[in-house]
Ligand binder design. Structure first.
Ligand SMILES: Nc1ncnc2c1ncn2[C@@H]1O[C@H](COP(=O)(O)OP(=O)(O)OP(=O)(O)O)[C@@H](O)[C@H]1O
Length: 251
């Protein structure tokens, strides 16, 4: 196997006596879509927070492209190409879809845009932002105020904002949550397109989507990884099936 793009080594997070992620070891290969599934409260969101730098870990290491990034801040991780999609709550409803993405492009580009005149700067920003919107299938909705987009379109906009940071790896926390059937199909198609050029770590409760998109799946139960394998093998794994009894159906 190639050198992993992202490697979690013995990662752990606890709140007092409650151990939320416990000795987590996961390797994400370049180009793969690696899903992390698990019953409610298994620690999936906490793990994404630890990887993105939103939450410090109690122990363990996070290696990204061979570098130990465990002590880096969230912006430093984004700079290195490790981004998470921003939640709907971070979208500015009064600004158009294009402006939302352009702001994210500007944040990434920092000073490099200062040297352009205003008009050309705006053209460059908008051009890059339009590319991101095009990738998620929202180009036709670029001028609509974000607050007027449907729920599914807002989730696509979150993806575009994530893409604006030019990531090598995108962390996605439940991108299908709250979407209807048609909308979720659109987001799945977008993810299928993105996975051809990006490495993706996906947390998702929609098992149909997970099993159709993922190259490999890690299963987290009570903060521990009980299996990492292809979707077919994970689905057939008796420990995984037992962990899911009474939970979401494993399709
Ligand atoms: N700040 C916190 N303080 C104390 N306990 C917390 C905190 N954040 C999360 N937890 C606990 O950690 C456990 C894992 O939560 P987490 O949200 O990571 O799980 P999850 O797998 O993402 O769940 P879900 O699938 O329901 O979103 C839960 O028992 C939760 O109550």
């Amino acid at each position: 196997m190639a050198e992993p793009l992202l490697e979690l080594r013995n990662l752990r997070k606890s709140y007092g006596a409650l151990v939320v992620t416990d000795d987590v070891n996961i390797s994400v290969q370049p180009g793969e879509l690696h899903a992390i599934i698990g019953p409610n409260g298994a620690g999936k969101t906490t793990l994404i927070h630890q990887i993105s730098g939103m939450l410090p870990s109690n122990s363990g290491q996070i290696l990204f492209i061979g570098e130990d990034i465990s002590q880096l801040s969230m912006p430093q991780r984004v700079e290195r190409g490790l981004a998470r999609s921003f939640q709907i709550t971070s979208i500015l409803p009064g600004f158009s879809a294009l402006e939302n993405v352009a702001l994210a492009v500007q944040a990434r580009s920092g000073s490099s845009f200062r040297f352009f005149g205003n008009a050309s700067r705006e053209n460059d920003l908008n051009g890059l932002a339009m590319e991101c919107l095009g990738e998620v299938g929202l180009a036709a909705r670029a001028r609509i105020p974000a607050g007027l987009l449907s729920h599914g379109e807002k989730r696509q906009l979150e993806l575009a904002v994530g893409l604006a940071t030019a990531p090598k790896l995108l962390l996605l926390d439940e991108p299908l949550a709250g979407t209807g059937h048609d909308e979720s199909q659109r987001v799945v198609e977008t993810l299928r397109r993105l996975k051809s050029r990006l490495t993706i770590v996906l947390i998702e409760h929609d098992m149909e989507a997970v099993f159709s998109l993922a190259d490999r799946v890690s299963v987290l139960v009570y903060g521990r990884v009980i299996a990492t394998d292809t979707p077919e093998r994970v689905r057939a794994n008796p420990d995984v099936r037992a962990a899911y009894l009474g939970e979401e159906e494993l399709v």
